[in-house]
Ligand binder design. Structure first.
Ligand SMILES: NC(=O)c1ccc[n+]([C@@H]2O[C@H](COP(=O)([O-])OP(=O)(O)OC[C@H]3O[C@@H](n4cnc5c(N)ncnc54)[C@H](O)[C@@H]3O)[C@@H](O)[C@H]2O)c1
Length: 397
């Protein structure tokens, strides 16, 4: 099916981005994606192309490099943006708040500026149920107050939502859907694409997968005294391919209606405790998962379950995969790829040198990558945002 519209996807080599690109290509969209590869490997895109038989244009580009982002927008005719790129580890965000604010918030500002400069006003933003904080009522509707967030990562999502809301109030042209994901799990049914198990992850399913294949001795459950039926935390899980199709539906919604800014929950509306999760995973994988209890983690809440009816209605979309399918697809991916994409050839990136104006190529250095793993090397500031701290704010850690 030829669609002929072009989607600019940030964070497209990451877990959710790579799955979403499959659906976008299958629906006939052209895809231009960027990623700085701080939490992913480009080999995922090779597999996306194998699965779909379609091609993707990839730039290894950091959103903090505003010049490069502008140059990509100037080079391609872009119709929509899906903005996945962000750092997302909650614990790490509490240790390195400046890195998280800089990467997530300033990266988004650079993106918005490039969009505006090129008259692109349609965006789907990856938000999170974490913006609701400790719920005042369950299930959580989109009208539930946001902002009482318990961690820095969540605050970056909240701040970005507020910024997008302000922008859409000030400038009528903006048309933005913020999708508040509950807990994405699972993998593509081919077993070729999933959440890279070699990454430094903190999510439950990849952790259980590592225990199941013997790479970790046991699962640590944080908190067994919550006010839930079995004392462990209850979450609402959604299959990553259902999430992916939700994004494609969101693009259609942007075409149909000028919303300015609209948040929508994406989840199944069913809660599952950690112990129920383990039981179902053991049933599907036929592998015993040893676990031990530890204290509650700061910032964790007892139960997060959404009311997803508004998303279903507005997007004319329906999640179709239940928790058994989430476990089956994940387990297929995990057993077929115990090392994830670690041994894959990198995907060929389109050179930024070809599109950056000559003057900028010779005078500006590339930005230091923002990683929490270690301080990036100092580089000359290349735009006003990056000169906030003289060189690069991440070096202060
Ligand atoms: N996975 C979840 O549980 C979950 C839940 C709610 C919301 N989200 C949000 O969904 C989005 C995608 O999450 P994911 O699970 O695919 O994470 P991911 O880490 O697999 O993907 C994010 C990608 O963004 C890239 N990236 C980060 N900073 C960048 C920058 N400055 N410039 C360019 N690329 C950059 C990373 O290298 C990575 O490939 C994120 O915004 C995340 O906050 C995820």
């Amino acid at each position: 099916m030829a669609n002929l519209k072009t989607v600019f996807v940030t964070g497209g080599t990451g877990y959710i981005g790579s799955h979403c690109i499959i659906d976008l290509l299958n629906e006939g969209y052209e895809v231009i994606t960027i990623d700085n590869l701080t939490n992913s490997r480009s080999g995922a895109l090779r597999r996306v192309q194998e699965i779909t038989g379609k091609s993707v244009t990839f730039y290894e580009c950091d959103l903090l490099d505003g010049r490069a982002v502008h140059a990509i927008f100037a080079k391609h005719k872009i119709d929509y943006v899906i903005h996945f790129a962000a750092m997302k580890a909650v614990g790490e965000s509490m240790q390195f708040p400046l890195i998280y604010y800089k990467n997530n918030v300033i990266g988004t500002i650079n993106l918005i500026e490039a969009m505006k400069a090129n008259s692109v006003y349609q965006m789907v933003f990856s938000s999170s149920c974490t913006v609701y904080g400790d719920p005042e009522h369950l299930p959580i509707t989109e009208d539930h107050p946001t902002g009482a967030v318990t961690n820095v990562y969540g605050r970056t999502k909240y701040l970005i939502e507020e910024m997008l809301k302000d922008l859409s109030h000030a400038e009528e042209k903006w048309n933005i859907i913020a999708l508040r994901y509950f807990n994405p799990v699972g993998a593509h049914p081919s077993g070729r694409l999933g959440e890279d198990p070699t990454k430094n992850f903190t999510n439950l399913m990849p952790y259980i997968g590592q225990v199941a294949i013997g790479k970790k001795p046991s699962l640590t459950i944080f908190g067994c005294d919550y006010d839930t039926p079995d004392g462990t935390g209850v979450r609402d899980y959604i299959h990553v391919m259902d999430l992916a199709s939700g994004h494609v539906s969101a693009l259609s919604k942007l075409d149909e209606e000028h919303l300015r800014f609209k948040p929508l929950n994406l989840g199944l509306g069913h809660g599952l405790s950690v112990l129920e999760f383990i039981k179902e995973f053991e049933r599907v994988s036929k592998v015993h998962i040893p676990y031990e209890y530890s204290g509650r983690r700061v910032g964790d809440v007892a139960t997060l379950v959404c009311d997803g009816t508004r998303g279903v209605k507005e997007l004319k979309w329906k999640p179709t995969r239940d928790f058994q399918v989430m476990c089956e697809d994940f387990w297929r991916w995990q057993t077929m790829n115990p090392d994830g994409y670690a041994n894959d050839e990198p995907f060929p990136a389109t050179s930024l040198d070809e599109i950056l104006p000559l003057s900028e190529k010779t005078t500006a250095a590339s930005p230091a990558k923002v990683t929490a793993a270690g301080p990036a090397k100092a580089v000359p500031a290349f735009n006003s945002v990056n000169s906030i701290n003289g060189v690069n704010g991440v070096n202060n850690h």
